[in-house]
Design a protein around this ligand. Structure first.
Ligand code: BTN
Length: 247
């Protein structure tokens, strides 16, 4: 299917912008990329900070908006992560891994994040009750940010592709991402589970969940749930913040 592409020099947040459009009934697949976001959002109400003042955008920030009617919603952000990681690091040499549910990592440092949101579109889904408008946002660090004071410096694409620019990276990602999202809508996360497993950053590690439980991560199940073996047996986690416990 066709997908319109749109570029803005500045916007509050590409996700917020596409959510606004979805609510006012603008449908159709669109890929919106912005050089700067003034109010970039992360998961759990956090903000997403892009590097400011760089001549080239030092991070790639974009959102894909489209109507979607998957059989199951769970696992969509994992499907997006698999598509992005496989594009950024096709042969695995850059060690891009996926930290459930939707961070891209390189050796424990954050390379990027994914924010999936859904809205009921104003025009409805032509009688299809499952159809919702989905906005899939991703922020990927392209260049190193000078001294942003974070404890663990973030990872960036320039570590293994020093010449890459944000537009080039977007060009390489856009079609595979759209394909992967449409495949997910057809077949769910199951067929992608194997590809996720190859990049799973948490499997085999002792992890701590935001509700205080701790255990050993046994990977991700066919529905995209995180499996953690605690003292009470294997738990299927569908939503939580997870951190790796130092061993
Ligand atoms: C996270 O790490 O918690 C998710 C970060 C998602 C950031 C991207 S940047 C493009 C899109 N617009 C936003 O406001 N957020 C996402």
């Amino acid at each position: 299917p066709g997908c319109r592409a749109e570029h803005l020099a500045e916007v509050d947040s590409t996700n917020t912008e596409l959510m606004r459009r979805a609510r006012s009934g603008v449908a159709g697949p669109v890929l919106l990329v912005a050089d700067r976001q003034t109010a970039g959002r992360g998961r759990m109400g956090r903000s997403w900070q892009s590097a400011i003042g760089a001549a080239d955008p030092a991070s790639l920030t974009f959102s894909l908006g489209l109507p979607l009617a998957p059989k199951e919603w769970s696992g969509l952000s994992l499907a997006v992560g698999v598509a992005l990681a496989d594009c950024l690091d096709p042969d695995g040499r850059a060690s891009v891994s996926l930290k459930w549910p939707n961070d891209l990592w390189v050796e424990g440092r954050k390379l990027g994040g994914i924010l999936v949101e859904t809205a009921s579109s104003a025009q409805g889904g032509q009688g299809n009750a499952r159809e919702r408008h989905v906005v899939i946002g991703a922020g990927i660090n392209i260049a190193k940010r000078p001294g942003d004071g974070m404890r663990t410096p973030p990872a960036c694409v320039h570590e293994w592709q020093p010449q890459a620019t944000a537009p080039e990276v977007l060009l390489s990602l856009a079609a595979p991402l759209l394909r992967s999202v449409l495949e997910f809508a057809e077949a769910g996360f199951g067929p992608l589970a194997e590809r996720f497993a190859r990049r799973d950053a948490l499997r085999g590690h002792e992890v701590a969940l935001s509700d205080g439980r701790t255990g050993r991560c046994e990977g991700v199940g066919p529905g995209g749930e995180l499996r953690v073996r605690t003292g009470d047996g294997v738990q299927a986690i569908t939503s939580a913040e997870v951190s790796v416990r130092p061993s």
